[in-house]
Design a protein around this ligand. Structure first.
Ligand SMILES: *Cc1c(COP(=O)(O)O)cnc(C)c1O
Length: 395
């Protein structure tokens, strides 16, 4: 791969390792282990693993390495480690960094399982966590301390699509020497410029846009070679959260088309948000690409003006109205994934965020009428018409 290649070229060819058969499509190496020519070779590999040498599936695999190199080329990081799911990536990124007595600052608007790691698991191991409103820079400034080891946030929050100023938070974190860990799922690796904006460690659930066709779970942690190989890898390879080669192969194929898919989905999401934002059945429409969004100016610099592939609609009439809307949709399916080719409608208050208390839901804007719509690859006009029909069916 040439460093000068543009993104689309890297996404198709980056990281490719050909076997002796010179296959065109990447080979799937479904093997747990690797054979050594001699006992001495086995000994040498256990002392130090060279480039493209493997000893055991939990430590690395050629198909998984192809995926890691290709996603690192897209994100622009030195290295990457692929994980069994997005949560294995979040857990590994944080747990490999901190020890008892450390302090972490986190945004409070988080995916439920991310919140569980910060609120329950880290605390249980003696790591103190301070939660802040991620959009309030003064709150970040007030929360960081000399013993703050890491800050964590979703650059675009789930499901209310708040955008956090990555560059500003990174400056605050770096002023006390803290590592900036960003869960970048909603921003997507296509629109992300997280490294240039100061992120040290970037985490994705590959289950979302990277697969993009609803097939496998996966995740990835990206960062410098030093962090990935010296800090993260020892934690991941000994605790067992590695990505399977089958899933890595599916995700490699997903990367070939991710730029085309995500750009088409985001363009469709913008059109849908614009054509429905003033609809009478809506309390409010949340989409970062709309001028009415609180962080619309920020996405111009942070995401090149792209608002992502997810829209949130707050429907008048609360839960009953939201359920009637979901049930009336013909094209989007009712499910809880996102970033898929199929449009997906989710009612966060009763599913993904059901576990939160009413007070927490209130604080995060997860109202009974809130519906999250992940926009897929269907025809935009069909989606607008279908959503309009479903909104009309509420009353
Ligand atoms: C889905 C998701 C995760 C978890 O990913 P899994 O692949 O389901 O483990 C983490 N963070 C965000 C923001 C997500 O949307």
């Amino acid at each position: 791969m040439s460093e000068s290649w543009k993104t689309r070229t890297k996404l198709v060819h980056g990281g490719t390792r050909r076997s002796q058969y010179n296959e065109v499509s990447e080979a799937m190496f479904l093997t747990q282990g690797f054979v050594y020519e001699t006992a001495a070779q086995a000994e040498a590999r256990f002392i130090e693993l060279g480039e493209d040498e493997f000893i055991y599936g939990r430590y690395g695999n050629p198909t998984v390495a192809m995926f890691e190199d290709r996603i690192a080329a897209l994100e622009g990081t030195e290295d990457a480690f692929a994980t069994a799911s997005g949560m294995a990536a979040v857990n590994g990124a944080l747990m490999s960094l901190v020890k008892a007595g450390d302090h972490v600052v986190s945004a409070k608007a988080l995916f439920g399982s991310c919140l569980y790691i910060l609120e329950n698991i880290l605390m249980r191991f003696g790591v103190e966590v301070t939660f802040v409103d991620g959009t309030d820079l003064d709150a970040w400034r007030a929360a960081v301390r000399p013993d703050t080891k890491a800050v964590f946030f979703e650059s675009m929050s789930n499901p209310t699509l708040e955008v956090i100023d990555l560059k500003a938070v990174a400056e605050i974190a770096h002023s006390v020497g803290a590592t900036v860990v960003v869960d970048n799922v909603f921003s997507t690796p296509v629109f992300s410029q997280a490294v240039a904006q100061g992120a040290d460690v970037i985490v994705y659930s590959a289950t979302k846009h990277i697969d993009g066709q609803g097939r496998v779970l996966g995740g990835v942690v990206l960062g410098t070679k030093d962090y990935i190989r010296d800090t993260l890898e020892p934690y991941m390879k000994h605790t067992g959260g590695s990505l399977s080669p089958f899933n890595a192969w599916v995700l490699l194929k997903g990367l070939e088309t991710i730029d085309l898919r995500v750009r088409a989905q985001a363009a469709s999401a913008l059109t849908i948000a614009q054509s429905l934002q003033d609809h009478d059945a809506l309390e409010r429409m949340i989409y970062p690409g709309l001028e009415t969004h609180a962080q619309h100016a920020l996405i111009q610099t942070q995401l090149d003006g792209n608002g992502g592939t997810v829209i949130a609609l707050d429907i008048k009439g609360g839960k009953d109205a939201a359920f009637a809307f979901l049930d009336a949709l013909q094209i989007p399916v009712i499910s809880n994934n996102l970033g898929d080719a199929k449009s997906i409608a989710t009612h966060p208050a009763t599913t993904t965020h059901q576990r939160l208390s009413d007070a927490q839901k209130d604080e995060l804007g997860i109202t009974p009428g809130l519906v999250r719509l992940s926009i897929g690859l269907e025809d935009t006009d069909d989606l607008v018409a279908d959503i309009r029909t479903a909104l009309a069916a509420i009353s």
